[in-house]
Design a protein around this ligand. Structure first.
Ligand code: ACM
Ligand code: ZN
Length: 646
């Protein structure tokens, strides 16, 4: 016990070693998968269709191809244009719309397809896509695109490729109506073109919601014409790199050169682009907390003292004011102006008003907020937040819109028709669904794609873990919850540690593919061993498209723990089932000639490092991981309470 106690004191005093001892890993090219696959899995579709039969023959896409569709339907014409834009750069030829083409888009009265279902029949001589709605034709096209060779994704003309599609008969429709991704454009700025690219990429995996986190403490990104300072002032901050949580605040006289915002014209362009891809765009205006940038622009909306500069990082919570004063009528006039313009701009029935992580300490000290509580008979600050959200719901209702908020909007009493986005686990969602509210599930443990997706010492900086397998094991409908109240789910990319679009892609793929499959195919049909081989095939496609993604699933999973008799052991594992793991304790490079992992390791006397690498077919595939013994001990200490689960 004493030893254990001393050890704890010692390790608590050791500074973050986690990030110091790492080596740049080996990034290897795609190594073909030796996994034996059934023919349907061999098509490597993501998400996996509901029903499919695969034949032995194929259809060949040539210059003689033509599309037949109802030319009076502009949506079908739009899908034909989309299809051409996807294939023509690589094939070098356009596919015209003609009366008797060999690729048919066919709308039917059969409502069994639902709003998004389709049947794709690929035969030797022709392709028929049948659906009840154009969205179904669009999803049939996504499946068809994935059945073409990976080079179809290249933006340069490809020579010597046969553009063949395996014969198949696929009948498919989604399990959930809400299949989303959220992008935070406040913490770091993403241009209109990058946002469009993100939407394009998610639509290729049959996702249909883009949740646009437009405002936060570190930048207000949406032009509000009646409140110009929101973007003149609120969209700009001092430039910073380095760890988000350690950044120096804006200095006196420093220029606010980092940032940007979308004009309403930019937004219209993005909305049109999304609509062509059957993607709904949900704007989020995050209030009453997370409003520091708005307070810098309009200091009168603060309770006591608005901060003087837009945040550069995250070290202000509870220190600088970032909540709108709910005591002031000016706050409601402000929100009315904002929501009037947002409601006029965005066509979707939903507007997300945030409601998360609202620090209530300033409300507690603010005479106006306290006066409001008294006048409205509110017992505490949670009820004051609830009062604010109720009023937001009334404003939105007048404009024919519905309110979504993060699950904190439950605290203090839920607004009557609010839809709840559950992020602090599933509990808030469960409670809300049982109370008759619609719910979108985005629990951190499965859906927070801003977290590490593998061994942290070889991942970019962030703060917790959500592996590919964690995203893939997501089930948005827990037992005992009325399934019809759960609209679906989404992945959330918070951008504190996402400074570039390439990195946004790295964080999103492949976890976004896992979520796409859970939400389209359905959690009861997921099968990890049949998923990861398809992920590998999509890495090849992403390479052709120059889309970035994380290969973190190839890095070893390192699990140190203490045995019953207090001995440190290290379990090594990997997400794909067919990797070999090699290690060293002698400070040399591990490779396929150093010891191969067979059973949990014990640390030799005086060892300082454990170094690990994964191989497949005698070729390195994961990054080299280097961990000090001290770091392993620290991790084992931190997980002592879960040893029983190992
Ligand atoms: C959140 O992660 N604050 C919704
Ligand atoms: Zn106040």
């Amino acid at each position: 016990l004493l030893l254990r106690y001393l050890k704890k004191i010692f390790y608590n005093s050791v500074a973050e070693l986690r990030f110091i001892f790492f080596t740049a890993g080996l990034i290897q090219g795609f190594s073909s998968c030796s996994h034996k696959d059934t023919p349907d899995n061999a098509l490597a579709l993501i998400p996996q269709p509901q029903e499919m039969k695969v034949g032995t023959d194929h259809f060949k896409l040539t210059r003689r191809a033509a599309i037949t569709l109802d030319t009076s339907n502009p949506q079908l014409i739009g899908i034909a244009r989309y299809f051409n834009n996807k294939v023509a750069p690589a094939t070098g030829f356009e596919i015209p719309v003609e009366k008797h083409g060999n690729i048919e888009f066919k709308l039917t009265d059969n409502t069994a397809f639902g709003a998004e279902g389709y049947r794709l029949q690929v035969k030797h001589g022709d392709i028929i896509i049948t659906a009840h709605q154009p969205a179904g034709i669009f999803y049939g096209i996504q499946t068809l695109l994935q059945m073409l060779p990976p080079e179809i994704k290249n933006s340069q003309k490809q020579k010597g490729i046969d553009w063949t599609v395996p014969c198949a008969d696929i009948t498919d429709k989604p399990q959930f109506a809400w299949r989303g991704l959220m992008l935070d454009v406040s913490r770091h700025w993403f241009t209109k073109e990058e946002v469009k690219k993100y939407i394009d990429e998610l639509a290729e995996y049959k996702m249909n919601v883009f949740h646009w986190h437009l405002t936060d403490d570190q930048g207000w990104r949406l032009e509000i014409k009646s409140l110009p300072r929101l973007t003149e002032v609120g969209a700009w901050r001092a430039p910073r790199v380095g760890q988000w949580w350690q950044r120096a605040p804006q200095q006196p006289g420093e220029e606010t050169t980092y940032g940007g915002f979308y004009t309403q014209e930019d937004v219209k362009e993005v909305l049109a682009y999304a609509a062509e891809r059957y993607v709904r765009v949900i704007p989020e205006i995050d209030v009453p907390g997370h409003s520091l940038a708005a307070l810098v622009a309009y200091p009168d909306l603060a309770c006591m003292k608005a901060p003087s500069a837009v945040g550069v990082g995250n070290k202000f919570y509870g220190e600088d004011e970032n909540t709108l004063c709910v005591g002031k009528d000016a706050t409601f006039e402000f929100m009315d102006k904002v929501l009037t313009e947002v409601a006029a701009l965005f066509p979707d029935e939903y507007i997300h008003i945030g409601g998360d992580e609202c620090f209530k300490g300033f409300w507690h000290k603010c005479p106006r907020c306290q006066a409001r509580m008294k006048a409205e008979n509110l017992k505490n600050e949670n009820e004051l937040q609830s009062y604010f959200i109720h009023r937001m719901e009334s404003i939105l209702k007048e404009k024919g819109k519905k309110l979504i908020g993060w699950d904190e909007i439950i605290d203090g009493g839920l607004a009557p028709d609010a839809t709840v986005m559950s992020w602090r686990g599933m509990e808030g969602g469960i409670k809300s669904a049982k109370a008759g509210h619609h719910v979108i599930m985005t629990p951190t443990e499965h859906c927070y794609i801003d977290l590490w997706q593998g061994e942290p010492s070889v991942e970019p900086d962030t703060y917790s873990m959500c592996r590919l397998k964690d995203s893939y094991s997501f089930n948005p409908v827990p037992d005992s919850v009325p399934a019809e109240m759960i609209l679906g789910g989404q992945g959330n990319l918070w951008a504190e540690s996402v400074p570039t679009f390439r990195h946004a892609e790295y964080m999103t793929w492949p976890r976004g593919w896992a979520l796409a499959e859970v939400l389209w195919t359905g959690p009861s049909k997921t099968d990890w061993d049949r998923f990861w081989p398809r992920v590998e095939r999509h890495f090849v496609r992403a390479d052709q498209a120059q889309i970035n993604y994380a290969r973190s699933m190839y890095n070893a999973i390192v699990t140190p723990y203490y045995t019953e008799d207090g001995v440190l052991e290290i379990k090594l594992d990997s997400e794909p089932g067919n990797l070999d793991i090699y290690y060293t304790f002698d400070n040399t490079d591990p490779d396929n000639f150093t010891p191969k992992y067979e059973a949990p390791l014990r640390i030799p006397k005086n060892a300082t490092w454990l170094r690990i690498v994964t191989y497949r077919d005698n070729k390195p595939i994961g990054k080299v991981i280097t961990l000090t013994i001290k770091e392993l001990e620290k991790r084992a200490d931190n997980t002592r309470h879960v040893v029983g689960n190992l």
